[in-house]
Design a protein around this ligand. Structure first.
Ligand code: ADP
Length: 729
């Protein structure tokens, strides 16, 4: 496993953690949405409750107003009593006491317009009554002539908290007195009781001064207490509304109020906040509980499932390792279908790997067998690790022991010192990426024996395109190499023999060639003797004659030297050869022979120099052969037709062609290729070796030799050679 994979593995999470994350990710958003919805619903319900409560506060203050209006109606009815208008206050007192029984009031009294109490049912008629000053209610009634309600005040007789409903009594359209009914806060209690409010709610009736007149709880304690300005302000600003506050008895409530436009009194209904929020709290508690329970259940399940998945996956590790070892794994029972499928796939993979291994072993064995049978040594060179693996056959081939460690240096050490630089260079090129090589070299075995090795390699590249390894085979080619050398030797000998044969044919011409200088030397010598015999001897002439003799002798020497070179078995070194000069020399050499055969040789040379890198003697041999063949082909031709043309022409920038063109018998088309085969001849005394030797010589010069028939009779033999771009000496 590589480092990168290790890191990825360390960063990845376990199945259990992932499943837990999944559970959390699926439950928490749902819970959050539920919470939002619940809060929304709660707010709606709360708004609904508040608006319902406003209606109830409204109903409550209406009931208070109704109570006042009952009292007003009763007082107005009582005010029409004749006893009152006739001034019979005693009679009226008795009448008022009677009326009191039907009213929610505890006394009835009559005040004059100055506020003096004329009569009160609290006292027997005629008893002394306290003197009252002008009250706000009286002033209001006198001002607008309408009945009214006072705020809470301390009654002058009983000194208890009371309030008064008063109506004006008119005589002749003028208000002459007011008839009043007083009531205690307790007498308003029924109004609250009739509302049937939940027992925990707080309900109060507040007068225009902001004092508690009636209260659902502990009225005795709180009657007459003034509410705080904060609590009163909303009810002065609006007729209805609500706000959060703390009650006089210290309970946090949401208060809803409704103010009467007639009396200016207000009804306050307080719902304990705890009660108001209890629903939300319990719902929220329930939701959180349910979420936690779902999370716990989900996480528990994730733990269990994660464990199962983990066990299933881990159970597949040994099978995977077994595949690596080449056996078919046994798949244990697994919890999941997918794991089971993976297990099956692993088993199949195991079987495939085992089969492939067997097949590869088989093929490796076959390969080894084939390699051994073919005496092939196999080797693999790892260019990254700088190691070489070699087969046993290779070790045998190179004379290394079976267990012996082999590296590149050991290998190069075996290579023959003369071949070592070339081999080392080839190995280097392979390392640098030359895709393949094919070399032959000698090795020196530990016992001193020499062995020829043919080695072929091909380079394989890694994914980044760099050479990674070289794979190849080596083969013992000693036998072939020796045979080649032997063949070369034989070839040389045959070439030499053929040359001798040519010389044999040339001997006449050579004799003639030598004859000329010899005859000249002879006649010069005779002349010299004559000059010496003169008295006095003509020494000047003799001196001249001796010069001629030396020159003739040198000519003869040159002829003999040429002959010697042709006889010479050894190869002459390659050197730039001027083809034109070479052709002229050969024609000159054959001149007499040609003349004897009645042949004329024309030359038609290209304007540019035709220089080729060659063994001059071998090329001469080729040209002699071609000219002699042309001569043979034209034997018996009429003198006018006995013309041989030697023509040169450049072929592109790199080659030159030399053609020997005759007008002889020509060559049957079927034989155009065969004439170059050894021992093919149509001549009675021919050996059939000339052209085959010529072709070998030409091939050794990277050239080509071929024949074709001329359109107007006769044959042309062409010789194509690479040009040397260096002037011939
Ligand atoms: P040899 O001259 O001993 O026969 P060569 O190999 O030189 O051997 O020639 C083989 C044969 O090719 C000749 O016998 C001849 O039939 C044919 N041949 C060679 N040159 C010519 C030519 N210029 N015209 C016709 N035939 C030729």
């Amino acid at each position: 496993m590589g480092n990168a994979t290790d890191r990825t593995w360390q960063q990845s999470h376990g199945v259990r953690a992932s499943l837990a994350a999944l559970v959390i990710a699926s439950i928490l958003p749902v819970a959050a949405v539920a919470a939002v919805i619940i809060v929304g619903i709660y707010h709606k319900e709360r708004a609904q409750l508040i608006s319902n409560t406003v209606a109830r506060a409204h109903a409550m203050i209406n009931a208070v107003d109704h109570d006042f209006s009952n009292t007003r109606v009763a007082l107005s009815a009582l005010g029409t009593s004749r006893m009152l208008s006739s001034g019979d206050l005693r009679g009226f007192h008795a009448r008022a006491v009677e009326a009191l029984a039907n009213l929610h009031a505890d006394s009835i009294l009559v005040l004059d317009t100055d506020g003096r109490m004329l009569m009160s049912t609290r006292r027997p008629y005629g008893a002394r009554l306290p003197v009252l000053a002008s009250t706000p209610l009286l002033r209001r009634i006198l001002a607008d002539g309408q009945p009214g309600v006072s705020d809470l005040f301390t009654g002058p007789i009983n000194k208890t908290l009371i309030y008064t409903v008063g109506v004006p009594i008119r005589r002749d359209g003028r208000i002459v007195m007011t008839l009043n009914a007083t009531a205690t806060p307790a007498q308003l209690a029924h109004v609250i009781a009739e509302q049937r409010l939940p027992p925990t709610w707080r309900a109060s009736v507040i007068d225009t001064a902001g004092r508690v007149v009636a209260r659902s709880h502990e009225i005795d304690r709180y009657a007459g207490q003034r509410l705080s300005d904060d609590q009163l302000r909303p009810a002065t600003a609006a007729q209805e509304g609500g706000f959060e506050t703390r009650t006089l008895d210290g309970i946090d409530v949401f208060v809803v109020f409704s103010r009467s436009p007639q009396s200016g009194w207000s009804a306050y209904l307080g719902i304990p906040l705890r009660e108001l929020n209890a629903g939300l709290h319990s719902t929220m508690t329930w939701l959180i509980g349910a979420t936690l329970a779902a999370l716990a259940a989900g996480l528990g399940l994730a733990w269990l499932m994660g464990g199962r998945i983990t066990r299933s996956v881990q159970a597949l590790i040994p099978p995977a390792l077994a595949i690596g070892e080449g056996s078919v794994p046994v798949i244990p029972a697994l919890h999941f279908r997918e794991a089971h499928e993976l297990g099956q796939a692993l088993r199949n993979a195991g079987a495939s790997v085992r089969d492939a291994r067997a097949a590869s072993q088989e093929s490796a064995q076959r390969l080894t067998l084939a390699a051994n049978a073919a005496h092939l040594g196999i080797w693999v060179r790892d260019l990254h690790q700088h190691t070489i693996w070699v087969s046993d056959q290779w070790r045998a081939l190179f004379g290394f022991g079976k267990e012996q460690q082999v590296d590149l240096a050991d290998l190069l050490d075996r290579v023959h010192a003369d071949d070592r630089p070339h081999v080392a260079q080839t190995f280097d090129s392979a390392r640098l990426g030359a895709p393949r090589y094919d070399i032959e070299y000698r090795i020196v075995l530990p016992d001193g024996g020499l062995r020829w090795i043919g080695s072929q390699g091909s380079v394989e590249f890694d994914y980044s395109g760099h050479p990674a390894l070289v794979r190849g085979v080596s083969l013992d080619i000693t036998a072939r190499k020796l045979a080649e050398l032997d063949a070369r030797q034989k070839q040389k000998e045959v070439t030499h023999l053929s040359r001798l044969a040519v010389l044999g044919e040339l001997s006449g011409a050579l004799a003639h060639e030598l004859n000329q200088p010899l005859t000249a030397i002879l006649s010069n010598a005779q002349a010299a003797r004559r000059f010496m015999a003169q008295q006095p001897p003509n020494l000047a002439e003799v001196d001249e004659i001796l010069d001629d003799i030396i020159a003739e002798d040198q000519r003869a020497g040159a002829v003999i030297e040429r002959l010697r070179r042709l006889f010479d078995k050894s190869e002459t070194p390659r050197a730039p050869v001027n083809l034109h000069r070479l052709a002229k020399d050969v024609i000159h050499l054959l001149r007499n022979d040609l003349i004897n055969h009645g042949m004329v040789v024309h030359t038609d040379f290209a304007a540019t120099a035709a220089t080729t890198e060659a063994d001059a003697v071998q090329l001469q041999q080729v040209l002699i052969n071609l000219l002699m063949n042309a001569c043979d082909a034209m034997a018996g031709a009429l003198p006018a037709h006995a013309v041989i043309t030697v023509r040169t022409a450049t072929e592109g920038p790199d080659a030159v062609r030399l053609s020997v063109i005759d007008s002889g018998s020509g060559i049957a088309d079927a034989d155009l290729a065969r004439i170059f085969e050894p021992f093919y001849t149509t001549k009675a005394r021919g050996m059939g070796l000339g052209l085959s030797i010529c072709r070998n010589i030409v091939a050794a010069h990277q050239g080509r030799l071929w024949a074709e028939n001329n359109p107007d009779g006769g044959a042309s033999v062409h010789l194509r050679l690479p040009l040397a771009h260096e002037a011939a000496p």
